[in-house]
Design a protein. Structure first.
Length: 68
């Protein structure tokens, strides 16, 4: 879509998605919860994992985002 808009000379907002700095830790946390994430960062896999965790344990889901 961005390429199409750019080709037409239209202005658009773009979101920059950065690679998580601590992907290996995210993979480790997922493994601790019986989930598998790929070795290389994958935004779709991460989003799916987080959605499943939020559904499975909504009360403790905020704790997941504070893991270090």
């Amino acid at each position: 879509m961005a390429q199409f808009l750019n080709a037409k000379g239209a202005l658009s907002l773009r979101r920059v998605v950065r690679t998580p700095e601590h992907w290996s830790r995210i993979v480790e946390v997922a493994n601790e919860r019986g989930e598998q994430l790929p070795a290389q960062p994958d935004s779709r896999a991460l989003a799916d994992f987080l959605a499943r965790r939020k559904t499975a344990d909504p009360q403790h889901f905020p704790d997941l985002s504070c893991q270090s």
